[in-house]
Structures are given as structure tokens and as C-alpha cells.
Design a protein around this ligand. Structure first.
Ligand code: NIG
Ligand code: FE
Length: 412
């Protein structure tokens, strides 16, 4: 049924230009309309305007926004939401001085999550993941990417991807799936990394593609994990099966991940805590979206990506949560935007664009998601009245969301 929202104080994040990303200086601009209404056709945004042109309400569901703000739902282009249990023991290890890499070398980290996933049923994994999905939906996310990568055997990678598919089929928000078999070398292949890469390419990717379980392929291209050469091999194989690449790059070191991603026309290169001028240069003029995950830098206590330098160099940048048990146990995109402002000196407008349109672009989905645009998916949330746009990242813990609409349906 059509849905009419009236008495909106301000619609923020309007875009009718047809652009698929917003870059450089333009990121600091968010188009708004005050004293407005918005109408959906039941699934997509049909129209909007100012209250003096309010359409008749017959045969419509209606929401009275009572002067609140209407924002496009967050797009979270990088998460690992499907995992078993939690890893707060490693949280304590980190407090006591161990680094993320040291924990991984001792067989903890990703392998710890792989062991737990192996011992957990699909049903239970789904149940745990749906709790996290409900949590991120309540915080304003409307499109989410979810990675595998806690299986690390053919069977368990298929298991985690089937859970992601079930979430896709049942959750109120839109979901995209990424095959991340090369997240770490599976235990059975310890010391035989090259053979594991071949297993990923020759056995896992074809099996995943056969069941249609993934939209994208990812590799953890970093010091102590996979090399640029191995990454190139895996993403080229993924491309044969129609999977676009999204790369974990430059979290722990300048890894070559940015360059290999750009060379293979990856949708995005993500993390970027270790970036030199050469990497910024490599991204200039490419279609690959640099994606920053400040929740990870916050949790690990490492350097934040040079967001200012990238935007000032004219790049588009995206923000995502990285929601995972080891480096970012939160999917709160509003807090991610706050960290972008506080720690990376992005403006609230830049952070909003990065967490909506550009994050949708990092999934190749910005034609349908990421802004308030006629014809785009009706994915938005409505807050109580706010003093300004900047209030959102400023008062980052104040609950302000009153209504949530996803795919045209009232979720809250
Ligand atoms: O994006 N860096 C690699 N992968 C995840 C962490 C995974 C984990 O520790 O469980 C990340 O930070
Ligand atoms: Fe990640």
C-alpha cells in the first residue's frame, strides 16, 4: 500500500542528479527540503514536496512526522554479521598488550571464530545473526553487505553463505553477500597457503557460484594474510563467475591491496588505515570506492585512515561498520559517522554522504539506494525534531529514531 509521510521538518539527503557517487568538495553538501511530505508507491519513493502541495490521503497508510527529520537509511557496505558467539577473551588480551596480529598468530582471531562456526548449527547461526540484524535495522541501516570468511572449509563457507541467504530471504532490510574464503588460511592448510588459495579458486568459488550464494568476492590482502599476487588470482577467478571484488586492504600495513583492487576494477578497497600518497594517487580516477571502517581503528586503537587527505584530493569515500567479533563488534552506522567526524575530521555532511550514497556505490547499488530520490527504494528513517544535521553525529548516543520504513513497509 502507498505510504504518505507528512509534516516532515526536513528531508535530508535528496538527490535527483542521477549520480552514483559524490566526490571531493561536493561531499560537503547535503540537499534538503523543509516542511515536506513524501509518498511511496508501496516499495519505492514516488514523490515528495512541500506541505503546501500535500496530496490527498485516501487509500494511503500515513505517518505524521511531527516536524522530525527524514534521512535515507544507512548503507553498510562491509560487515561480518554472521558469526558464532563472541570473542571478548581477545578483547582482554588486547587490553593486556597483545596486538591483533599477535592474537591471530597464536591461532586466535579469525580461526577462533571459524572453530566456533564449525561447531554451531545453521539454525543457531541464523538466530544469532538475526539478533544483530534487528539491532542494525533499529539503528537506521537499510542495505547491508555480509561476508562469509568464518568457514574456511568448503563445507563451512557454504554453511555461512546459506545463513546469509536465509537472512536475505527473511530480513526486512536488503542484503548482499560476499564470499571471503580467503579471510585466513583454514587450519587444515596451515603452512600450505598456496594450496589453500588454489582450493579457494578451484573448489570454493565454483561451488559458491553454482548455488548463487554470493554477489561479491573478497580477500584479506594484508601483512600476515594474503599477498597481492594471491589476491589477484582469487579476484580474477571470482570475475570469471560474475563476482565483483571488494578487498580488505591496508589495515595492518601498506599491503599492495589498494593497487591490486584498482587494477582489477574492484568495487571497493576497504580499511585503509595504512595509506601513503601513492595509494591515494592510485585511487584517483579509478572507479574503486575507498571505504573506511573507523569502528575498527577505534576498537584496535590503531591509526585512522587519512579521510581528509583523500577527500581533499578529490576522491569519493565511503563509510561502513565492519561489524565483526574481532575488530568492530558494533554495526552502529551513526556512531561510525561520529567517529568519522571526531577522529578523521570529516564534516557531518561528508559523513552522511559517505554512509549512504557512497556506501551504496561500494556495493554497486547506488542506482537504487543511498539517497531520497524518486524511483529509489523507499528506505528511510524519521527522527524527532532536530536542531540541525550536525546533531546526529554530535549527540551520537541520543536515541532519536521514531519511525523506520524499509522497502516501503513500516518496520517501526
Ligand atoms: O575487517 N581484517 C579482517 N577481517 C575483519 C576482522 C575479522 C576478525 O577478526 O574476526 C576486519 O577487521
Ligand atoms: Fe572486515
Amino acid at each position: 500500500m502507498n505510504l504518505l509521510v507528512k509534516n516532515i521538518g526536513t528531508i535530508a539527503g535528496i538527490d535527483e542528479s542521477g549520480r552514483t557517487r559524490v566526490s571531493g568538495k561536493a561531499m560537503d553538501d547535503v540537499a534538503m527540503l523543509e516542511n515536506a511530505w513524501l509518498l511511496t508507491d508501496g516499495v519505492r519513493i514516488k514523490d515528495y514536496g512541500t506541505m503546501d502541495t500535500l496530496p490527498a490521503e485516501e487509500q494511503c497508510e500515513a505517518i505524521d512526522a511531527q516536524g522530525g527529520w527524514l534521512f535515507p537509511s544507512f548503507c553498510d557496505s562491509h560487515t561480518h554479521i554472521v558469526y558464532a558467539g563472541s570473542r571478548e577473551q581477545e578483547f582482554l588480551d588486547k587490553i593486556n598488550g597483545l596486538s591483533y596480529e599477535e592474537i591471530a598468530k597464536r591461532g586466535g582471531g579469525i580461526l577462533n571464530s571459524a572453530d566456533r562456526l564449525h561447531d554451531t548449527s545453521e539454525e543457531e547461526l541464523y538466530r544469532q545473526a538475526m539478533e544483530r540484524i534487528d539491532e542494525v535495522v533499529a539503528m537506521g541501516t537499510g542495505l547491508v553487505e555480509i561476508k562469509s570468511g568464518y568457514g574456511l572449509t568448503l563445507e563451512d563457507e557454504l554453511k555461512i553463505l546459506r545463513v546469509i541467504r536465509r537472512i536475505k530471504d527473511t530480513a526486512p532490510l536488503d542484503v548482499r553477500a560476499t564470499f571471503l574464503g580467503a579471510h585466513a588460511v583454514g587450519r587444515a592448510y596451515r603452512g600450505r597457503q598456496g594450496e589453500y588459495v588454489e582450493h579457494v579458486c578451484n573448489d570454493m568459488i565454483p561451488a559458491v557460484a553454482k548455488e548463487g550464494l554470493a554477489d561479491y568476492v573478497d580477500v584479506f590482502c594484508d601483512r600476515g594474510f594474503f599477498t597481492p599476487g594471491e589476491t589477484a588470482r582469487i579476484i580474477a577467478k571470482g570475475a570469471e563467475y560474475g563476482l565483483r571484488a571488494k578487498i580488505h586492504a591496508n589495515e595492518l600495513a601498506v599491503s599492495g591491496g589498494v593497487e591490486v583492487g584498482v587494477a582489477h576494477n574492484a568495487l571497493s578497497v576497504d580499511h585503509l588505515e595504512s595509506m601513503g600518497d601513492e595509494q591515494i594517487e592510485a585511487l584517483s580516477g579509478s572507479a574503486t570506492m575507498p571505504t573506511m571502517l573507523p569502528g575498527c581503528a577505534f576498537f584496535l586503537g590503531i591509526t585512522y585512515p587519512p579521510a581528509r587527505k583523500m577527500i581533499d584530493a578529490g576522491l569519493a569515500v565511503a563509510l561502513a561498520s565492519d561489524y565483526n567479533p574481532g575488530t568492530a563488534p558494533s554495526g552502529n552506522m551513526r556512531f561510525v559517522a561520529s567517529l568519522a567526524c571526531i577522529k578523521m575530521k570529516m564534516t557531518p555532511a561528508e559523513a552522511l554522504n559517505a554512509a549512504t550514497l557512497n556506501s551504496a556505490c561500494a556495493m554497486g547499488e547506488s542506482r537504487d539506494f543511498g539517497s531520497i530520490t524518486r524511483g529509489k527504494m523507499a528506505n528511510f528513517y524519521i527522527t524527532r525534531p532536530l536542531p540541525s544535521l550536525a546533531f546526529m553525529p554530535y549527540a551520537h548516543q541520543t536515541p532519536v529514531i521514531e519511525h523506520i520504513v524499509l522497502k516501503g513497509k513500516i518496520v517501526k
